[in-house]
Design a protein around this ligand. Structure first.
Ligand code: ZN
Ligand code: ZN
Length: 401
């Protein structure tokens, strides 16, 4: 098997045409595949970078910036992380995980765009209702939540990871910490989440917003919902992270880039794909063991495609004190905790023709260290201008001569 520089792009280029011939793909999946296949190729156009002293000239093709594309998504995930880190309150945070029962996977897949907001809303209502109850905290907490639809092996149980402040702002405008460092009783959280999500799904079915999964009748789905109402669901509070940023990095890790990072791809021979994954002895805690899995290319692609979210569907949410409309309340909490005001992140921009490429630290001439400048723009699907050398090829011949 070939292992040299294996990327998701290579795998899509090899397997996607055959896959598409056999399966009709929804629009968001076709878009994701097209974008990743075209990423950093002449199809998307680009520009020619040169050193002002003439030491180097190279072609830089545009990236697709699709959130399922591993190299593009890395920067987006980092930026989201930096933005949220700057807003975190200097208190302890709990990491709570709400998992939808796998029996609902079929219903999820037939209705991703409807089920996703239902799941988020159920998690939100559960946490905000219980923490707002004077029996527990009686205050407004700050919550950052992200949806993960994949574990390491590409199978699908959607779950929401939440970072919850260990306290909140009371109606009187005072910060109150949770009692004895204990967020909420798990049993109560599980029961309310289960009831809220099931009620939302029943209402969705009743109002005709949800489509029945193929081969399932309405009574079958209703029976399943009744059965799930009597089962124990997986809601889990992780051991407390004394400072939020650790948990936040975990939330961000799955937010962008899709379920298969290039780093995890080990081999592909056109028929089979081998990828690595980490397994925990216990579902959510304990040390991880690194394993490998071999799957037919077509199955691997099919599973990967299941995780392409609907267009414009946000996979992250900020609620309560962290909601973007609550700047004043958040500033009040920061003040009470002795934190300064939030620091704004520098705006990110793309260079125009003739301007220096400010953003990327690697965009400097390896000979004189000056910033590279953009000499010419390459139109989409355009060929590079004749003077340019190939993609990422650093020509220092003149400097060496
Ligand atoms: Zn890309
Ligand atoms: Zn130079």
């Amino acid at each position: 098997m070939e292992t040299d520089k294996l990327t998701l792009q290579t795998i899509l280029q090899r397997g996607d045409a055959a896959y598409e011939r056999r399966h009709a793909l929804p629009e968001q999946m076709r878009r994701a595949v097209w974008a990743i296949r075209a990423c950093r190729t002449a199809l998307l156009g680009g520009h020619v970078q040169t050193c002002p002293e003439g030491h180097l000239e190279r072609v830089w093709y545009n990236s697709c910036r699709h959130r399922m594309c591993p190299p593009c998504a890395w920067g987006q995930g980092e930026r989201w992380l930096a933005k949220q880190k700057a807003r975190l309150l200097a208190c302890e945070h709990d990491h709570v995980i709400f998992t939808m029962p796998h029996e609902l996977n079929d219903l999820w897949l037939s209705n991703v765009a409807v089920m996703m907001p239902l799941l988020f809303a159920s998690v939100h209502d559960t946490l905000v209702t219980l923490l707002g109850d004077p029996k527990y905290l009686g205050a407004k907490p700050g919550i950052i939540a992200t949806l993960h639809t994949w574990p390491q092996t590409l199978l699908l149980p959607p779950h929401v990871h939440c970072l919850v402040t260990g306290g909140g702002l009371s109606a009187a405008g005072q910060w109150v910490a949770v009692r004895h460092g204990f967020l909420l009783p798990m049993r109560v959280v599980m029961a309310l989440f289960r009831g809220t999500l099931l009620a939302a799904i029943r209402q969705g079915l009743h109002q005709g917003q949800l489509t029945l999964p193929p081969g399932k009748s309405r009574p079958q789905v209703e029976n399943l919902l009744n059965k799930l109402g009597r089962q124990r669901w997986h809601v889990h509070i992780r051991e407390r992270d004394p400072c939020g940023p650790g948990g936040l990095s975990y939330l961000a890790r799955y937010l962008r880039g899709g379920p298969l990072s290039n780093r995890r791809l080990l081999a592909c021979d056109g028929q089979q794909v081998v990828f690595g994954y980490a397994e925990r002895a216990n579902a959510n805690e304990g040390p991880t063991r690194h394993q490998t899995m071999r799957r037919p290319l077509e199955q691997c692609l099919g599973r990967w495609l299941l995780h392409v979210p609907p267009r414009h569907a946000g996979l992250g949410r900020c609620w309560g004190l962290y909601a973007h409309t609550q700047g004043e309340a958040l500033a009040q909490c920061r003040q009470q905790m002795g934190q300064g005001p939030e620091e704004a992140l520098a705006p990110r921009d793309r260079p125009h023709e003739g301007e220096a490429w400010e953003e990327a630290p690697w965009a400097r001439c390896p000979v004189c260290g000056q910033r590279l400048v953009c000499r010419a723009l390459i139109p989409r699907a355009g060929a590079p201008p004749p003077a340019a050398t190939g993609w990422e090829q650093v020509a220092c011949a003149r400097a060496r001569a």
